[in-house]
Design a protein around this ligand. Sequence first.
Ligand code: PEP
Length: 251
Amino acid sequence: MPKKLMAANWKMFKTWEEARQTARELVVGVRNDLPPDREVLILPPFTALRGVSEMLVQQESFFLGGQNFYPADQGAFTGEISPDQLLDAGCTHALVGHSERRHVLGEQDDFLAFKVSFGLERGLRIIFCVGETLQERKAAQVEQVLTRQLVQGLAKVPGDTGPGELAAAYEPVWAIGTGQTAGTEDIQEAHDFVRAKLSEMFIHGREMRILYGGSVKPGNTPSIIALDNVDGVLVGGSSLNAETFSRIVLA
Ligand code: PEP
C-alpha cells in the first residue's frame, strides 16, 4: 500500500513570510502525530519555494513541490520556470494539468504530454491532474473525458515508470474551489476507473497513487481517504490555514 499523500496547493496566495509561517505552523502541528503511512506535500507559489524549503529541512515525510513548470531547460520563456529551477529550490514534485492550467490558461493535452515526460526526465515526481467539467458530467462523459486526458496526457511516459515517479489526481472541475465535494460514490467510481486505466498503461499502474481533489475539508476527509484507490488528497482553499490543513493531514 503506498503512503497517503496529503498535498497543499497554495495557488497564487501568500507572501514569502506568510508561506514560511504557515509551513512552520503546519510542521509543528502535525510532526509528532503524523501516522507512518502519511506524507505531506506543500506546493507554494514560486516566490516562496526557497523560504518554505528552509522550514522543511530534516522534516522526514514533508515534501516541496512546484505548481507548474515549462518543458525546457532554459531559454527565452518569459515568466516561466524550468524543472531544474524547481529542483534547485528544493522541490521533489510538480503538478501538471491542474484544472486552472487547463481551463484558465488554456493548456492542451498534447502540451501536457510533453510537460509530463520532460518533468519526469529531469527528475521531478509528477502529479498529473484530470477531471471533468459539470457540463461533461451532465452529458455522462466522465469516462470519455478521463480516458482522453490520461491516454493523451501520459502518452509519452514510459510503460515501466516507477510508482513513486507518477501519480494521478482526480479533480472534478465543478468541485474545485466551489465548496461542492463529489459524493463518495462518484469519487469511488472515478478512482476505480483511473486505476484501471493506469494499470492498462503502466507496469506499476496498480501501485501509483491517485489523489482526490475538490473542496476537501477536515469534515469530509475521513470518508474520502478511506475509499479504495484513494491514496491521498490535493487541497486548495482548506490548505491555506495551517490549523485547518493539519486537521486534514491527521484525519
Ligand atoms: C485544488 O486546487 O486542486 C483544489 C482542489 O482546490 P479546492 O480544495 O479549493 O477545491
